[in-house]
Design a protein around this ligand. Structure first.
Ligand SMILES: Cc1cc2nc3c(=O)[nH]c(=O)nc-3n(C[C@H](O)[C@H](O)[C@H](O)COP(=O)(O)OP(=O)(O)OC[C@H]3O[C@@H](n4cnc5c(N)ncnc54)[C@H](O)[C@@H]3O)c2cc1C
Length: 414
């Protein structure tokens, strides 16, 4: 019998899983629906808890060469008044950096490592999974090619569904699941070539969802002779749901720019940054209620397929990396892999459900909501009259605990 682990989906979760399995000496094959791995998406953050795993996998130098090592978080209201700043990553004392990176760069580092370490014959592009079946001794996955023609079934020891937010395998096991839950907010994401602002490595959040919230952070350094960076930004506006969840859908400036027209502060001209964008994508802030079950015999879910979350705490990619780490730990610890998949679910389902639910109400940007509500969305005289420093620290520290990157949860802090 074939004892390969079948990995369905070559996104960040699936590729990390392939590297973790290889490291553990467990054979695997990865099946990705796309005929080629293309540069799509915009920026994402890798927080220290996820970077710890990527460092252990030997990927830190390659990531450091492409990413921006983010040093601080800064919060402002929509009038440009500073609310709060705190150090991030190594600057905050962690033993691992926080990287802000173009999703395509992260994907390129991961796929490059997978091909170099496992061999290209272990990566099957253009294989779209249509369903899986587990039995007492293994799992069988069915596939079609890019044109929809059937390919050979593939058999393995277990099948791991890493097929993202629109997972067909999640749908197979949870056919009556409710539609994705819309949070009432649409985000427009883009990248703009521009000169560094603030520290040159600052993760900025400003304003609040009505009329509009801005997130921005640089994701590539020194991209030309003028020393420009590639700035990743998100505009989040309360709006009726406009579109289905498709990471590649193009967005239009005129649909979201209005609330930001007077956001011209001494260090940034926000509407100008939007106007000069190279790419604009539109995505609804949706998630799904946590499932009660991921594991069905020799099949389980991982990453966005298991726990789609609103992208508000920089945790989508990170939680999929942590899933991969725990999954391989339990496979190594159990001789019966059906039991291992149950043990994986027992660890990761409650932990990630907590992140999904916290992202709905109290992600790190809850700081902005507190200031918005207490000031009635007006400028303040002194921030200390609105909210104390201790309260601000408590809000961000609480999220770090939920997501698993508070310094105490990470074994090694420098
Ligand atoms: C195109 C794209 C762009 C994104 N852009 C951003 C972004 O800009 N910022 C951000 O924060 N997050 C973005 N994300 C989401 C982020 O990458 C994920 O939240 C996170 O990395 C979780 O990883 P994952 O591996 O679970 O899912 P994903 O990274 O979404 O990977 C899922 C993979 O499975 C493949 N797949 C889907 N169905 C099948 C199937 N039936 N058979 C085989 N393969 C299948 C997909 O093609 C994809 O490669 C994007 C995701 C995608 C797919």
């Amino acid at each position: 019998m074939n004892d390969d682990v079948l990995i369905i989906g070559g996104g960040i979760g699936g590729l990390t899983l392939a590297l973790e399995l290889h490291e553990a000496g467990i054979p695997c094959r990865l099946f990705e629906a796309a005929p080629e791995i293309k540069a799509i998406g915009v920026g994402i953050n890798i927080l220290p808890h996820a970077q710890r795993e990527l460092t252990r996998l030997g990927l830190e130098p390659a990531l450091a060469a492409l990413a921006v090592e983010t040093k601080e978080a800064a919060f402002y209201n929509r009038f440009g008044q500073h609310i709060y700043s705190e150090p991030l990553g190594r600057a905050a004392g962690y033993a691992w950096p926080q990287f802000s990176i173009h999703r395509a760069d992260l994907q390129a580092v991961l796929i490059g490592a997978v091909v170099a370490r496992l061999g290209s014959d272990r990566v099957h592009l253009g294989w779209r999974c249509t369903g899986v079946a587990g039995d007492a001794t293994g799992a069988t996955a069915r596939f079609v090619d890019a044109a929809g023609h059937p390919l050979d079934d593939r058999r393995g020891s277990v099948a791991i569904a890493c097929d993202g937010v629109n997972s067909v395998i999640r749908k197979q096991f949870h056919p009556h699941e409710a539609e994705p839950r819309y949070s009432g907010v649409t985000m427009w994401r883009g990248v703009t070539k521009m000169q560094p602002v603030l520290s040159g490595a600052t993760f900025v959040r400003a304003g609040w969802l009505n009329p509009g919230k801005l997130v921005m952070y640089p994701i590539r350094n020194a991209i030309d002779a003028e020393g420009n960076q590639l700035m990743n930004w998100l505009a989040e506006n309360e709006t009726p749901q406009r579109v289905a969840r498709d990471w590649t859908r193009a967005g239009r400036l005129e649909d979201f720019i209005a609330p930001y027209l007077d956001w011209q502060w001494d260090w940034i001209d926000v509407p100008e940054m939007f106007r000069r964008a190279e790419t604009i994508l539109e995505y609804p802030m949706v998630d799904q209620d946590p499932l009660d079950r991921w594991t069905f015999g020799r099949v389980t879910l991982l990453g966005d397929a298991a726990h789609p979350m609103v992208p508000r705490g920089s945790n989508g990619a990170g939680q999929s990396i942590l899933d991969a780490k725990v999954l391989v730990e339990v496979l190594r610890a159990h001789t019966d892999w059906a039991e291992a998949l149950v043990a994986y679910e027992a660890q990761r389902l409650p932990a990630t459900s907590n992140v999904v639910l916290t992202n709905r109400v109290n992600p790190p940007d809850a700081i902005l909501r507190v200031v918005y509500e207490r000031t009635g969305d007006r400028p303040f005289e002194r921030i200390d009259d609105v909210v104390s420093h201790d309260e601000l620290v408590a809000i961000t520290d609480a999220y770090k605990k939920v997501a698993g990157y508070d310094p105490a949860s990470l074994a090694v802090v420098s």
